[in-house]
Design a protein around this ligand. Structure first.
Ligand SMILES: C[S@@+](CC[C@H](N)C(=O)[O-])C[C@H]1O[C@@H](n2cnc3c(N)ncnc32)[C@H](O)[C@@H]1O
Length: 260
């Protein structure tokens, strides 16, 4: 049994994550964390690409709160793209938001076509960060802005046994690297790094609360969403996640860079 036995971001995974992280989000922190990732950069009237947009939470936030002109979300999974389109319709945002189901690999976009590229917790699924950042550099306009949040590791050595166990329980393709590795790749790919922030301590407090909420006030919602057995399985994953965050090996991080 696994939350991913109907696909990586299949119905069970989506329902579970919606209960814990809110509608439109497949990663923690909601709109506050999106603002943390974006920083002070003025997004108004800009054209933005969100790589691995999931159900569109960040796209909607950037359109509604940052006055983005147009936001395009790319994702591999039809189910999440369908959900993003459904929410966009409800929010009456389909004139400025669009979502596309893409294949892994090179971005299906023209050279220098975006002023801003954003991504949250999606790079973790992409094995070749060098090719990814080279391609993002190609897709950005000169002086274009890259703002990313990702789940990273403390370093680039072989993951510990505890980490491997956690990743196996998740059942997702995880290719985690360190924040410093991202710095090196960004600098070698023609970016000027503006900021990098380690979010381990922030997420540690959050994930403790997530575990307490799943066991406590959210339990009935979790059961309604995925059933008792799957709920227990999900709780076990969250406890393993808490273990590797607490240990300091699992380190969410954010970075911002400019194309030079
Ligand atoms: C943890 S979810 C995060 C979704 C969203 N960014 C959020 O924060 O709610 C990761 C998403 O990345 C997508 N993904 C994985 N590999 C991808 C790729 N190569 N290109 C685009 N999306 C990808 C997955 O399908 C999934 O929806």
């Amino acid at each position: 049994m696994s939350l991913t036995d109907e696909g990586h971001y299949g119905p069970k995974q989506l329902h579970m994550l919606e209960v814990i992280w809110g509608r439109g989000y497949l990663s923690p922190g909601g709109s506050d964390e999106i603002d943390q990732i974006i920083g002070e950069f003025d997004l108004s009237n800009k054209k933005v690409l969100d790589i691995g947009c999931g159900c569109g939470g960040a796209v909607f936030h950037m359109l509604e709160k940052h006055s983005v002109a147009e936001a395009i979300g790319f994702d591999l999974e039809t189910l999440v793209i369908d959900e993003a389109n459904k929410i966009a319709l409800e929010k009456n945002l389909l004139d400025r938001a669009s979502f596309k189901c893409v294949k892994p690999g090179q971005l299906e976009v023209e050279d220098e076509s975006f002023e801003v590229i954003f991504s949250k917790e999606a790079f973790i699924h992409i094995p070749d960060k060098v090719e990814l950042l080279k391609d993002i550099h190609r897709a950005l306009k000169p002086n274009g802005y890259l703002a990313v949040g990702d789940w990273m590791r403390n370093d680039d050595s072989i993951p510990s046994h505890q980490m491997k166990e956690y990743i196996e329980a998740e059942g997702l393709d995880y290719h985690m690297c360190s924040l410093e590795k991202y710095r090196e790749i960004l600098e070698n790919s023609g970016f000027k790094v503006i900021s990098m922030s380690d979010r381990n301590q922030w997420y540690l407090e959050k994930v403790k609360k997530e575990v307490a909420d799943i066991e406590g006030p959210l339990w009935s919602k979790v059961v309604d969403a995925i059933g008792v057995e799957e709920g227990k399985y999900a709780l076990n994953i969250w406890k393993k996640l808490l273990g590797v965050v607490e240990k300091g090996e699992h380190r969410p991080g954010n970075f911002r860079a400019i194309k030079i």
